[in-house]
Design a protein around this ligand. Structure first.
Ligand SMILES: [Zn+2]
Length: 211
């Protein structure tokens, strides 16, 4: 199902363009994040920080932790070493998350988030990077993530979020759909969908790894 305010053809074209740009970005730096054996998985928010916007019904911090744990299982099964910035419903400061990432060698950093907006029609996936060395990682993750469900997507963007700006290893932040969009929130509330998101992220990571 499409978000109610979108025109399917236009959404399709936007997706095609976004995926094309992702492939182009990935192609520009094919080895920028190759050769890693450790994945730092960052479940966004936690503890008193619920994530999302005030009054939001679906909890972002619970969804991020669930996907992070599923991703960890997948990566371990593939022989990769994983480090979690949190494994529980606890608050971890942004500097601590970055310190955990920067203590790792031959590693990449993947931050898991879910989006929110005042406009309930806002939907789709987006991934973020900051440094040049991280662009290909964000692009690979994005090109898989958009397969989770059809709809309008938002692309790969450069933005100075703390956890991707301060990390010295390749780092990407994934917004895995909108919890404020009733259709996407219903999908994300299903364990099968969260497993699908974790599977897609894992595929993108394993493809590039050193394992
Ligand atoms: Zn978040």
């Amino acid at each position: 199902m499409m978000p109610r305010n979108s025109v399917p053809v236009r959404a399709f074209m936007k997706n095609c363009i976004a995926i094309f740009i992702s492939i182009l970005l990935a192609g520009l730096a094919p080895s920028a994040f190759a050769g890693f054996s450790t994945v730092v998985i960052d479940a966004g928010h936690g503890g008193h920080d619920r994530g999302g916007i005030p009054g939001q019904r679906a909890s972002e911090k619970a969804a991020t932790l669930d996907v992070a744990q599923r991703l960890q299982m997948n990566l371990r099964a593939a022989g990769l070493r994983t480090v979690m910035t949190r494994s529980d419903d606890v608050f971890v400061s942004l500097p601590n998350r970055v310190a955990i990432a920067n203590a790792q060698r031959n590693a990449i950093f993947v931050s898991i988030h879910f989006n929110s907006a005042k406009r309930s029609g806002a939907g789709g996936f987006e991934t973020y990077y900051y440094t040049r060395q991280s662009a290909a990682l964000a692009a690979r993750l994005y090109s898989r993530l958009v397969r989770a469900w059809p709809g309008e997507n938002r692309g790969v963007k450069r933005r100075g979020f703390y956890v991707i700006r301060k990390t010295r290893i390749p780092a990407a932040l994934c917004e895995c759909g909108f919890l404020t969009n009733p259709h996407e929130a219903a999908l994300i509330s299903r364990p099968e969908t969260r497993q699908r998101i974790a599977d897609l992220l894992a595929q993108a990571i394993i493809q590039q790894s050193d394992r």
